[in-house]
Design a protein around this ligand. Structure first.
Ligand SMILES: NC(=O)c1ccc[n+]([C@@H]2O[C@H](COP(=O)([O-])OP(=O)(O)OC[C@H]3O[C@@H](n4cnc5c(N)ncnc54)[C@H](OP(=O)(O)O)[C@@H]3O)[C@@H](O)[C@H]2O)c1
Length: 168
């Protein structure tokens, strides 16, 4: 069984694979990690900040993001930026990327991780419309909004970045 840290280590390994030694290229550049408040997203945000990137850590539970920031070694704390954002809300996603573009000159890495999985509410169950909509709006539309905004942020600034999708 894979642990969140196994996945985050694999992502850092892929980004930093020679011959480009890309982790140097990404030092002090922006990584957006959606769903950073727990599980795989939390592990990715921590691994990337420890690799030298500035993390825009997105989730709805801002208090969890602040707790994670406080738990980091002091050297990394300033590069971990908690942002309350519900990725299923298009206007919130657009605002996050606009702010990043204005303040930091674009995004270099996006980890599309935010997602919900409710096995207790299966597709064929009655009265499950809200669960279906929540899942589609978060797992599919949230990924689309973030990918579109990151793509344009990278393309307009000639950034050869990475978009990583944590989905099934
Ligand atoms: N664990 C597995 O075995 C597994 C396997 C395959 C794929 N995945 C996928 O990997 C991803 C992470 O899984 P996990 O096990 O780490 O899940 P998790 O511990 O439940 O974490 C999900 C994260 O997504 C965030 N999130 C949910 N809805 C959101 C929304 N509308 N806007 C912003 N953030 C939202 C949650 O933060 P807030 O509640 O604070 O917003 C939380 O940080 C998911 O997309 C999942 O489908 C997981």
């Amino acid at each position: 069984m894979l642990k969140p840290e196994d996945i985050s280590n694999a992502i850092v390994y892929c980004i930093s694979t020679p011959p480009n030694n890309e982790m140097d290229r990404f030092r002090n550049k922006i990584a957006v990690v959606t769903g950073s408040s727990s599980g795989i997203g939390q592990a990715c945000a921590i691994a990337l900040v420890k690799s030298g990137m500035i993390i825009k850590a997105l989730a709805r539970r801002e208090n969890k993001l602040e707790e994670i920031k406080d738990s980091l070694p002091a050297d990394f704390r300033d590069n971990f930026h908690p942002i309350k954002c519900d990725v299923s809300k298009e206007d919130e996603v657009i605002k996050v990327f606009q702010d990043i573009n204005e303040q930091h000159g674009g995004v270099h890495v996006l980890v599309n991780n935010a997602g919900i999985y409710r096995p207790e509410h299966q597709l064929t169950f009655r009265n499950n419309t809200n669960d279906i909509l929540d899942t589609i709006n978060t797992n599919i539309m949230g990924t689309m909004y973030c990918t579109r905004e990151a793509f344009h942020s990278m393309k307009e600034r000639n950034i050869a970045g990475h978009i990583i999708n944590m989905k099934y």
